[in-house]
Design a protein around this ligand. Sequence first.
Ligand code: ATP
Ligand code: MG
Length: 423
Amino acid sequence: MPENLELVEGWVVNARVVGRIAFLEVIDDLSLKPVTVVVKRDEVQDEVWKAATSIKLGSAVRIRGVKPERVVSRKGRELHARLLQVLAEPVDLLPIDPTGKTPANPEAYINYRYLALRLPRYRAIFLARSLLMNLTREYFYSRGFLEVNTPKIVGAGAEGGATLFVVEYFERKAYLSQSPQLYKQMLMCGVPRVFEITPYFRAEKFSTVRHLNESWGLDVEMGFINGPEDVMDVLDDYIRYVTRRINEELGSTLREQGFELLPPVEKIPRYTYREAVDILRGLGFNVRMGDDLDTQAEKALGEYMERQGVYAYFITEYPWEAKPFYIMKSEGGLSKSFDLDIRGIEVASGGQREHRYAELLGNMREKGLNVEDFSFYLEAFKYGMPPHGGFGLGLDRLLMTLLGLPNIREAVLFPRDRFRLVP
Ligand code: ATP
Ligand code: MG
């Protein structure tokens, strides 16, 4: 070939023939919009023309051609083909319409996620997810946090037995980790700041739009803190960073696809649990002081906040009885804890931890835990454990609330819920 040819590799998502010209739309690389490949009868050899006019939608193709001097396609990218190779043809009917015109059964978008990824809506979601992961790493690296990886097969859970998946581990019983809580805290006796991007395995029989049995979280732990406010400051800054960068890099793309992308977040307001309960009572909710806020209450609070133009907010100082043993107590039965809610959905939980050995033992006994099961954890509190705190944040939940997705299953490639173990 004499000319300098451009290469396009991807899948044919639309095709039509008009007289002596064939138009193929090919979705390639990570763009949301296909390239329009123009095949002119007079510019190509017979076999290329034959392939172009008989191509099956969904085929994987490799095309070489020249970029026109003037692009006429409304989609913005165009290639005039010289060579066309069909690398693979579908051998069955496509379960998802590649043109996106005929909607498929909602389940099909999960069962055939790889085909959904040829559509702009799903490409956009997973581009945003990939960006979120990258920004998360970038943020914590640049602030001196060590990225760590802790075991996912464990001998004890952070929150007690009922919510753990059991694994056969040679002659013993083990569990899938529901959170890196215990390990990230132990690490505070050796390094000042850590973060981990990790799966959470939770065995509850959930049936909500915001729970999965396998979800991905961001766990952060920092030592030498002066109080839970230090941790909230970091989480606040992280949320501001990711919302700003996602808006900058994908804002117009995501809005074009119809997502109600969360605008960049400003300083996140902090309400105490007591204040939240008062607001909810004012809205007619019957919340007992001491109760965790249920889904309905969280949602109503979210709507109330949104009416004031607030999308993200902290709820602090929960009653200690509603929180796990490792959270530090404060006066009046309260705790040094916080939740971060976005659009009425809990996205993160955190707080200052109890770092004092004797107090920690007391907390465990009070929560009815078997202290022996946790001796490996308690050991780390004997050798100069500094005051520390951190949070666990659901990355699937964060993506869901950022994009305004109706269901967390849309934020995950291959979701795991009670009824779904394949694909
Ligand atoms: P919830 O009350 O919403 O069930 P939780 O308080 O039990 O959540 P945490 O133990 O605080 O969850 O976990 C930290 C974060 O991890 C949560 O704020 C949430 O964003 C995310 N998360 C926890 N469990 C799940 C789950 N089953 N599916 C998806 N995300 C989850
Ligand atoms: Mg929580």
